[in-house]
Design a protein around this ligand. Structure first.
Ligand SMILES: [Zn+2]
Length: 140
């Protein structure tokens, strides 16, 4: 049986801080996916637990950087608690958008993963369904 090494605290912190930087706009989305993806790949798996959520590589995508196509892992964050406010701060603080977890074609909201800019907690919440608004605007 193949034994997998558990992710170290250092690697978990690195992933968590990278995602937090991303939500604060301190690094771009591609850098975040690349750093998180490379850390996951170190363990020979596609998904690792980080504190109270998981990060997962969904697939690779080709992105043009400096005129060259580079493979970038598409990262998903799963297992985050659903909440209208930060589950740690218990108030509606400013959040940074990270990614869309679930697209709803029949509702006026999507489920998005956000990062509390106060404490760094990551959670899922209802976000505006821009696709629906865009479609409605087209129909006018
Ligand atoms: Zn918070």
């Amino acid at each position: 049986m193949k034994k997998y090494q558990l992710p170290t605290l250092e690697d978990k912190m690195n992933i968590h801080n990278t995602i937090h930087h991303r939500s604060k706009g301190l690094c771009n989305h591609i850098d975040m996916m690349r750093i998180v993806g490379n850390t996951i790949k170190k363990y020979g798996v596609t998904k690792i637990p980080v504190f109270d959520y998981n990060v997962k590589i969904l697939q690779n995508t080709k992105v043009k950087i400096n005129g060259e196509f580079v493979d970038i892992p598409v990262i998903s964050i799963e297992g985050t608690q659903m909440s209208d406010q930060c589950p740690v701060c218990k108030r509606e603080t400013e959040t940074g958008y990270l990614l869309t977890q679930e697209e709803n074609f029949d509702k006026d909201y999507d489920i998005v993963v956000v990062n509390c800019l106060e404490c760094g907690c990551m959670y899922s919440t209802k976000g505006d369904n821009h696709r629906k608004y865009a479609l409605a605007a087209k129909e006018c």
